[in-house]
Write a new protein. Structure first.
Length: 85
């Protein structure tokens, strides 16, 4: 099988059903790794953010700080406008 055929199959199949001839191509194995990887529960919370914002929010969470998005939400939400933070 050609490399292009194997890459096409890798996008549609999982590792167990891929022909052994295709496992010799590193790009096919990388495609399989990308499609089979599941995002951790920790990262799912930041799915809608841009990559830079997500990294900043994860770092802030680990340090116990608020990230800029949380601060903005707290300062602009109508019911929280009377509170002092």
């Amino acid at each position: 099988m050609s490399k292009e055929q194997c890459e096409c199959l890798a996008e549609k199949m999982n590792t167990n059903t891929l022909p052994p001839e295709c496992k010799q191509y590193p790009s096919v194995l990388q495609t399989l790794q990308r499609t089979n990887s599941n995002r951790s529960d920790h990262a799912v919370a930041f799915a809608g953010m841009s990559p830079g914002e997500a990294q900043a929010a994860m770092a802030a969470r680990e340090k116990g700080h608020l990230n800029p998005v949380q601060i903005q939400r707290r300062l602009t939400h109508k019911s929280n406008s009377r509170r002092q933070w």
